[in-house]
Every structure is written in structure tokens, then in C-alpha cells.
Design a binder for this molecule. Structure first.
Ligand SMILES: CC(C)(COP(=O)(O)OP(=O)(O)OC[C@H]1O[C@@H](n2cnc3c(N)ncnc32)[C@H](O)[C@@H]1OP(=O)(O)O)[C@@H](O)C(=O)NCCC(=O)NCCS
Length: 292
């Protein structure tokens, strides 16, 4: 049985301060302790456009929480971690409150583990959906046939603006710096054209135990399958992860590609619903659970 948690743990020696790059090694040790797959390079990439807060006790980092402001009105929160020995002392709540104070009235999106969900609900987040995390050794993927006028091609430098716009419409918030960062570091970016106009794209990149496919933005499921099959095929025989929207209709198909489901986090939002134009493309796979 858990010990009862003090209502207001005061003077417990825990101090919050802004996270700095020099904290990344300790933050990585923290995620290792939870057996999260992040490499130090994944923390560095996540921190590049983030604001973070750490909880320290006796000079040791015992908690982290990061946020990514997007445009003027949105943000995502992730990498919320409290060292197991320190959990249940409202450190998670203090870290989250510090970030939410900075974000003021921005609409905030996050993906919650089962452990985090209660904390986020108490802070005003509501469930808006679910993810399905699929991963495994990718099998060679049969190519998905496209209708006339549709084709796949590698992205070029001149595509960046179009891909940012597709991502913005699909995610419901602008993420230009993130897309630039992903394009600069990705192993592959494939564009889905219709009549020579970009209508979707997918990215394959190094992350965690192997490679991740995401984001995947497409107008429909067939387009998403064509993009994913191409990227899975490039990574056949290697560890591949993809975090899809639970309503995407892709789960069973991914299992057939050697990528079984391993987790099902909850998508949560604080504030007004994310807006998308009627004919907006869809975000079939996210970037990471932290970043959204
Ligand atoms: C989720 C997490 C960050 C919460 O941090 P925390 O400091 O433990 O959070 P708080 O103390 O503010 O509150 C958390 C819960 O602990 C419960 N609790 C009470 N007494 C407790 C005790 N003695 N020990 C552990 N938990 C206790 C609280 O009731 C609350 O439960 P609820 O959320 O189910 O209602 C932390 O559990 C964690 O790092 N988990 C692993 C990583 C993770 O899943 N992160 C979330 C990513 S979205």
C-alpha cells in the first residue's frame, strides 16, 4: 500500500529551476531509469526548441518537464518525469504548474501515460483521443498502388514551405522550426504529390532503439499507407517504431508489417479544440509522444 501523500509538502528540499543544456546528461539518466528508449541525442534534439524545468534535491535532478510553444496560441508538453523514488510527492504537479504558468492561456496538447493521466486531469486536461505505439523489426513492405495523378517522390529543399503548411493544417498548430529541424536531420522524407502538388509527406529518422516513422501527414488512409509502406520498406530488417492515431485505421495493417502494438497513451488537451480547415490533411503518425 502507498503511504498517504501530504497535502502540501512544504520544505521538502525540492527546488525548481529552468532547465539548461548542461542538465541533459542527468535528464537522460532519469529516462534510462524508467527504461524509456531516448538516446542523449534524442534529448538534445527535443531540447533544441524547448523550454524546460527541472526539480532538484540536494543538487541532484529528480524531475524534468519540457514544453514547446508553437506559434502564439499553442504548445505541447512532454518528457514529464519524476524519479521513481520521489514519485507521489507532488513534484510532478509542481513541474507541470511551473510550465503551465509560463504558457498562460495557450492551448496545450500532450500524450499521457497511464501514470500521468490523473495528474493531467487535475490540471484541466481532457482526453481527446488515443495513440497506438507500434514497433518491431520491420518486414519488407509490399508497395501500395496509387491512383492516377498520385505519386511518391523524395522531398527536395524547395518543399519545406509546403510541408510546413501541410503539417500545420494536420496538427492544428504551426511547427515550422520543428519541420526544419526534422528535414535537416531525417534519414528520408517522402512527399505524396497529386498532380505535382504536395498533399502529404512522411519522415523516417533515428530515434531511441532504432528508427521512427513520423510525422506522417496524408489526405486519406491510402495515401498514409503508401508513405508508410515506402518508409517501412527502406528500414526493413531494422527496429522501427511508429505512433499512430488510434482512429487512423492502420493498426491491423501495421501488425502485418511486423510492427505490433506495444502501448496506447492518451491524447489530452487543455483549452479550446484544435482547429483544422474542412479539407485539411490528417496527422496519421506523430513525431514523438513528447513533441506531439
Ligand atoms: C507521472 C509522474 C510524472 C507524476 O509525478 P509525481 O511527482 O509522482 O506526481 P504527483 O505526486 O504530483 O501526483 C501523482 C500521483 O501520485 C499519487 N500518490 C499518492 N501517494 C503516493 C505515493 N506515496 N507514491 C506514489 N504515488 C502516490 C497521487 O495520488 C497521484 O495519483 P493520480 O495521478 O493517479 O491521481 C511520475 O509518476 C512519473 O515520472 N512517471 C513515469 C513517467 C511518466 O509516465 N511520465 C508521464 C509522461 S506523460
Amino acid at each position: 500500500m502507498r503511504e498517504p501523500m501530504p497535502k502540501n509538502p512544504v520544505n521538502d528540499g525540492v527546488r525548481l529551476r529552468p532547465m539548461v543544456a548542461a542538465d541533459l546528461l542527468a535528464a537522460h539518466t532519469l529516462s534510462d531509469e524508467l527504461r524509456w528508449p531516448h538516446r542523449l541525442a534524442d534529448w538534445e534534439q527535443a531540447f533544441a526548441h524547448a523550454r524546460g524545468v527541472v526539480a532538484e534535491r540536494d543538487g541532484e535532478i529528480v524531475g524534468t518537464a519540457l514544453c514547446w510553444p508553437r506559434g502564439e496560441h499553442h504548445a505541447t508538453i512532454g518528457l514529464v518525469i519524476v524519479r521513481p523514488a520521489y514519485q507521489g510527492q507532488r513534484i510532478g504537479q509542481r513541474l507541470m504548474s511551473a510550465l503551465l504558468d509560463q504558457l498562460q492561456d495557450r492551448v496545450v496538447l500532450l500524450h499521457a501515460t497511464a501514470e500521468g493521466r490523473g495528474l493531467y486531469e487535475r490540471l484541466g486536461f481532457a482526453r481527446i483521443g488515443e495513440l497506438r505505439q507500434h514497433q518491431g523489426i520491420a518486414a519488407p513492405a509490399p508497395l501500395v498502388a496509387l491512383q492516377p495523378l498520385w505519386r511518391l517522390r523524395p522531398a527536395g529543399a524547395s518543399d519545406a514551405d509546403a510541408l510546413k503548411q501541410l503539417d500545420r493544417q494536420a496538427r492544428g498548430m504551426p511547427r515550422d522550426a520543428l519541420i526544419d529541424q526534422l528535414l535537416a536531420t531525417a534519414q528520408a522524407c517522402v512527399v505524396l504529390d497529386h498532380d505535382a502538388q504536395p498533399r502529404g509527406f512522411g519522415i523516417l529518422r533515428r530515434f531511441g532503439r532504432g528508427h521512427v516513422i513520423g510525422p506522417v501527414v496524408a489526405p486519406d488512409m491510402e495515401g498514409a499507407k503508401a508513405l508508410i509502406a515506402h518508409l517501412v520498406g527502406m528500414n526493413a530488417g531494422h527496429f522501427t517504431r511508429i505512433d499512430i492515431d488510434a482512429d487512423s485505421g492502420l493498426a491491423e495493417w501495421l501488425e502485418g508489417l511486423g510492427l505490433p502494438r506495444v502501448d496506447a497513451p492518451t491524447t489530452m488537451l487543455r483549452g479550446a479544440a484544435l482547429e483544422a480547415p474542412v479539407d485539411a490533411p490528417r496527422l496519421f503518425a506523430i513525431v514523438t509522444q513528447a513533441i506531439g
